[in-house]
Ligand binder design. Structure first.
Ligand SMILES: NC(=O)CC(=O)C(=O)O
Length: 272
């Protein structure tokens, strides 16, 4: 059994306040027994291309140091949401992952940038400021291997499939869907990735701030390997907790053995 907690943080424009509140809620989750804690996408700054340059930090800057201390003080694995990172003049949307003694065990730079245009609803062009990461991310923990993606990455099923085939028991996505795409796709995509790959899937959103320029959907959710929602919430600040039973993953894979029934002989030209 692994206890997972998603911290659906109400993110403000005050970085110090966001770091402090994250530390408080991580401690609260740890006190309730969480082994792995997740923060949302852009947990230390408002989400929007107009904010990335102002809030950006180098990988080992103030936010990373704070995250390392939070993991260590609360004695948890911490999937540290994401923050705008700057390296050699380029900006990335980056998740850092920490072990129980505060060591960095992985980083994921959002691979698929959120560039969409739904007329009359939402236009968002991360690529105007950000560069994409170029690596898929798996981290090894004492609870097993975990795959990490950020938000829009969940729309690309290959990432979760590769993680599952490399032995990950869970795919975790700090994310910030919005009030247009959230009701349509947020839960659907998590359940789809879970059932496709017979693994746990979780996505952690910021809470909704209706005074912000971007209205996050909230609804941080954990899904089991059969595609069932184990835990979820609405749009306010909350901690979403779920016990992940690895036996359930084994049972799902034994009873519906799709991973052995795949016909890779027929799909090999999928990238053409
Ligand atoms: N914010 C994102 O990266 C993605 C999103 O909101 C969506 O895919 O919808």
């Amino acid at each position: 059994m692994v206890k997972l907690a998603l911290v659906q943080l109400l993110v403000s424009s005050n970085k110090q306040q966001n770091l402090k509140r994250a530390a408080t809620l991580i401690k609260e989750a740890a006190n309730k027994g969480a082994n792995i804690v997740v923060l949302p996408e852009c947990f230390n700054s408002p989400y929007g291309i107009q904010y990335f340059e102002e809030y950006a930090e180098e990988l080992h800057g103030e936010t990373a140091r704070a995250l390392s201390a939070m993991a260590k003080e609360s004695n948890v694995y911490l999937i540290g949401g994401s923050f705008p990172e700057i390296q050699f003049g380029k900006y990335y949307n980056t998740c850092t992952i920490w072990n129980r003694v505060g060591e960095l065990i992985g980083t994921h730079r959002k691979v698929h940038l959120f560039d969409i245009d739904i007329p009359g609803k939402i236009t968002f062009q991360e690529s105007k400021v950000l560069s994409p990461g170029n690596e898929l991310t798996l981290v090894d923990t004492e609870h097993g291997t975990i795959g990490v993606g950020i938000c829009y990455d969940i729309r690309f099923p290959e990432m979760a499939m590769i993680a599952a085939r490399k032995g990950a028991f869970a795919m975790i996505y700090p994310g910030a869907f919005n009030t247009t795409t959230g009701p349509l796709h947020w839960e659907l995509l998590q359940r789809a990735r879970a059932v496709d790959n017979q693994m746990f899937v979780a996505a952690c959103s910021p809470a909704r701030d209706t005074s912000a320029t971007y209205h996050a959907w909230g609804h941080s959710t954990v899904v089991d390997p059969m595609g069932k929602v184990l835990a979820t919430t609405e749009e306010s600040e909350a901690i979403v907790e779920a016990e992940l039973d690895i036996e359930e993953m084994k049972n799902a894979r034994t009873s519906i053995p799709v991973s052995f029934q795949r016909r890779f002989d027929l799909y090999k030209n999928v990238a053409e």
